[in-house]
Design a protein around this ligand. Structure first.
Ligand SMILES: Cc1ncc(COP(=O)(O)O)c(C=O)c1O
Length: 340
């Protein structure tokens, strides 16, 4: 099978497996796992933040951040197609007790004036705004890079309103590699950042939150409350260190694969798709002559796995697990399906 469902399907490299076997470990709930500590230091450094906290997943990283920044009965501004709004099983409402304020972005990008207008004035009838969440790259917008200038403008207005900004940077390294802008420049526009090791970076488990030391100390308490305190976590953190050391630059290969796919699908009748929308490793197409589910089923019959992303979209994601011949096969299969 050619698996284009997600970059989460990437399996650990030999080097990661060796590092896992050899990892020096301790009890991380006591802060005594040297490998986790090294990973946290490195992640803090790469994002230009004071401290970091290793968590089991991107979802937990986002939710621990929301829990730490907010209190129940407040409102959190986010893009209407954000992962935090769409794919985290309403955790922010169920766990943090916040009210999401989803705003429609343009291809994942929130116009700063829209964000500023959504900040609640001080009025007893209204929920106080407590946080602004951004996502970069933006998954449901097709891996779009949110421009640094946009993040800066939102950060500036957030500061004027004394509000924190959390970045769901699950794929911030994709944004950085594709744009040439350091991760720390994006992170400078935020109060906290979550990024994932287990997507294109290829590690088997884990995400990290970075931010100021006092924020991370409080986040550690929330991680414990949620049951995310891990013990000899150096076994998995060691693979994340290898990911940071060896897998960042090669994300460019995934972007080149997505470009190959995009160029092959460009101009096909029966698909609503603009190759100019592909910035990184995600290609989203909208079949016009059949449902996304049928399109997906037909792909599967031809040995290709993709993801249905709602009533009109199918997502094809490139990763280290796909080769260029797989993409040529995919383009040929799509042409065949559209001719049905
Ligand atoms: C943008 C974004 N944020 C967060 C997550 C959550 O990560 P996890 O699956 O590790 O919980 C994902 C997962 O695909 C994602 O795409």
């Amino acid at each position: 099978m050619i698996d284009l469902r997600s970059d989460t399907i990437t399996r650990p490299t030999e080097e990661m497996r060796r590092a896992m076997y050899e990892a020096e470990v301790g009890d991380d709930v006591y802060g005594e796992d040297p490998t986790v500590n090294r990973l946290q230091e490195k992640a803090a450094e790469v994002t230009g933040k004071e401290a970091a906290l290793y968590v089991p997943s991107g979802t937990m990283g986002n939710q621990v951040s929301i829990l730490t920044h907010t209190s129940p009965g407040t409102e959190v501004i986010m893009e209407a197609n954000a992962h935090i709004y769409y794919y985290e099983a309403a955790a922010a409402s169920a766990l943090a007790g916040i009210q999401p304020r989803p705003l429609a972005g343009q291809k994942g990008v929130l116009p700063p004036e829209l964000v500023e207008d959504a900040i609640r004035p001080d009025d007893v009838h209204l929920p106080p705004t407590s946080l602004i969440c951004l996502e970069n790259t933006h998954n449901r917008a097709g891996g779009r890079i949110v421009p640094l200038e946009n993040m800066k403008a939102i950060h500036d207005l957030a500061r004027r309103h004394n509000l924190p900004v959390h970045l769901d940077g699950a794929r911030i390294f994709n944004a950085s590699v594709a744009s040439g802008i350091p991760v720390s420049d994006y992170a400078a526009c935020t109060s906290s950042v979550q990024f994932c090791f287990s997507k294109g970076l290829g590690a088997p488990v884990g995400s990290i939150i970075t931010g100021p030391s006092d924020f991370i100390n409080e986040a550690k308490r929330w991680r414990k409350r949620l049951g995310g305190g891990m013990r000899q976590a150096g076994v998995i953190a060691s693979a994340c260190l290898v990911a940071l050391e060896t897998m960042v630059e090669r994300l460019a290969d995934d972007h080149a694969s997505a470009r190959l796919l995009a160029d092959g699908l460009a101009g096909l009748k029966g698909l609503n798709f603009d190759p100019a929308d592909v910035d990184t490793n995600i290609v989203i197409v909208k079949p016009l002559t059949m449902t996304p589910q049928r399109f997906n089923d037909e792909l599967k019959k031809r040995g290709i796995l993709a993801s249905v992303m709602g009533p009109d979209m199918v997502r094809l994601t490139t990763s280290r697990e796909v080769e260029s011949k797989d993409l040529e096969k995919t383009v040929a299969a799509v042409k065949e399906i559209l001719a049905l």
